[in-house]
Design a protein around this ligand. Sequence first.
Ligand code: SAM
Ligand code: SF4
Length: 362
Amino acid sequence: MSPVDLGLPRVPGAAAPASVTLPADRPATGGLVDRYGRVATDLRVSLTDRCNLRCTYCMPADGLPSLAREKVMSRAEIARLVGVATRELGVQQVRFTGGEPLLRKDLVEIVADVAALEHRPEISLTTNAVGLESRARALREAGLDRVNVSLDTLDPDTFATLARRPFLERTLAGIDAAAREFDLVKINAVLVRGVNLDHAAELLAWCLERGFELRFIEQMPLDADHTWDRSAMVTAAEVRGLIGERFALAPDVEPRDGAPAERFEVRSRATGDRLGRVGIIASVTEPFCGDCRRTRLTAEGGVRDCLFAHTESDLLGPLRAGASDAVLADLWRTAMWGKGAGHGMDDPSFTQPDRTMSAIGG
Ligand code: SAM
Ligand code: SF4
């Protein structure tokens, strides 16, 4: 039997993992394969745990204690680990997230470093867009390919209620700048009953008019306040019904191909004209774990094989202690080899991870 079934334990400061018992059946070469045959090619990198908003479904009102600066991956460490992922492990897409990645003063340089890698991945950013207005062009010029902006409502008061900050104008200015610089802007929205559920169709209309692809994300139990309640959350089926009252939805003709969002073509109910697309990410009610292609790096350089994982495998400690790329790749492979079959939210033994979405990197 394998001594490590759920990922590799932390390697405190070790340069090489000689002291760690690695599972004998793990792959010694190749990509990030797990025991269920899934291959992770899509890397999420959290650049910081800090944020300038306090979205109720993600962070507590008073924020969380920030990581000490020296615990967070530096620009050079990010480039090194992403390089290992793309060169040794077959990662093809890299998305920078957080916390709020725009809070990194060196974000443009980080993007440029990754764009300069020999095995250059597709590079994208998930952001609340506060401050994007002044940096969108530099980010595009540095090599950023795509931007996803989180926007839950167009109403300033509701925005301030959900994000606990009155920054709607700044987010909208950031979205405008993104639209000028990037061909495709995606908007992420989380619907919360009694707060912005009624805004869903209006938000979709606004996105369609501007050529943005809106994706509704089911709220997951990753909030700091632990107030998530399955019976109260807004489900994908409910969203389909709600927006279907105003728009005609048809399954998208393009294959889903492992994408988390189920996509629909949106047409006008009056004229039948095609207006664009919408996606719904039903992580809770229609999980897609069987097709998951994700691997994650926390801001502290820990590999998480799933948003809901309870363990992480430290790469930053070994990197700082002098581990070679081959050793780092082996540690990463081993971590992903232990990925569970699914997030297990329907299992009575399911427990919410200690980390919130902001601290994992959404
Ligand atoms: N700060 C950036 C932002 O908001 O886009 C990036 C980090 S944020 C954690 C990434 C995405 O996670 C956002 O689209 C946000 O709406 C989503 N998110 C946060 N908490 C969530 C939760 N509990 N359930 C579902 N999605 C969540
Ligand atoms: Fe910050 Fe993004 Fe979390 Fe909102 S969802 S609190 S913007 S990290």
